[in-house]
Write a protein that binds this ligand. Structure first.
Ligand code: ADP
Length: 272
């Protein structure tokens, strides 16, 4: 029986040392009609870890983020956030849904930035950012406003608090969307191809803001991106997907320079 002072075998952790993953997918299956997009998918993301999902279009990467955000329903299996079931749990040997109330509480720990910004067009920039902190977290309005101004400064948009999203460029809208996600102090930040809809000349400014978020916070990130340079800079781990499965995963320096699997080699050969 190992004790905490025993030297552990390589890669093993004693239970007392083990931490609960921030995200766990366990035997996840997702189908759209007869299209099985994810099958028997298992992976974990640790606290503070930044994980990038790469792989061909249609391999299920965005679906994974949308499942974490509960924007899609799981067909089978379980997702855990900090060890707590997000959508279903095992009770008396049966798979039963968790309460909507519990799910909503867990969701407040998760922020998402979308490809298409998804700002509320009828609200100002400031109103977009303070909406959820006030109405979901119950923060006092003055506190939410002060934080929103801080965040707008961080994303270089201090002068746009009273603007409407439609008057902003795509890059500016995406910076507001990042500020809006961060206003919730999320434990988990999901980034879904956040630069794909942007003009090439503003991609860099958005990625630099995200690099700074990665450097200055401990937020756990699950990232889908075609920006391989960004993925390489910010990720602790890269997971290559194909056909709904993880083909291989590892640190970016390994995956990008010396991938084991020929499907990863072919994919990177096409995009790099
Ligand atoms: P990726 O992000 O890797 O490009 P997606 O997760 O967007 O892949 O899509 C995976 C598969 O799921 C694709 O075949 C896509 O057509 C399908 N799909 C995604 N969303 C829906 C939906 N809402 N309804 C039907 N099929 C969908």
């Amino acid at each position: 029986m190992p004790t905490p002072t025993d030297p552990s075998p390589a890669g093993a952790t004693t239970v007392s040392e083990a931490t609960t993953p921030v995200i766990e997918f366990r035997d996840v299956e997702k189908c759209f009609g007869s299209n099985v997009v994810l099958k028997d998918l298992n992976f974990t993301v640790e606290r503070g870890e930044r994980v990038t999902l790469i792989g061909p279009s249609g391999s299920g990467k965005t679906t994974i983020l949308r499942l974490v955000m509960t924007l899609e329903e799981l067909t089978d299996g379980y997702i855990f956030i900090d060890g707590e079931p997000l959508t279903h749990e095992q009770r008396a040997g049966r798979r039963v849904p968790v309460s909507k109330k519990r799910q909503k509480q867990l969701r407040t720990r998760i922020g998402m930035v979308f490809q298409q910004f998804n700002l509320f067009p009828n609200m100002t920039v400031l109103e977009n950012i303070i909406e959820a902190p006030i109405h979901v977290l119950g923060r006092p309005k003055a506190e939410a406003i002060a934080k929103a101004h801080d965040l707008l400064e961080q994303v270089g948009l201090s002068d746009k608090a009273d603007a409407h999203p439609t008057s902003l460029s795509g890059g500016q809208q995406q910076r507001v969307a990042i500020a809006r996600a961060l206003a919730m102090d999320p434990e988990i930040l999901l980034l879904d191809e956040v630069t794909s809809a942007l003009d090439p000349e503003v991609v860099g400014e958005v990625l630099n803001i995200l690099r700074r978020v990665a450097e200055t916070t401990n937020v756990t990130m699950l990232i889908v991106t075609h920006e391989m340079g960004f993925a390489r800079d910010v990720s602790h781990k890269v997971m290559m997907f194909d056909g709904g499965h993880v083909v291989e995963s590892g640190p970016p320096e390994k995956i990008f320079t010396d991938p084991d699997h020929e499907r990863t080699q072919a994919f990177l050969g096409a995009v790099l």
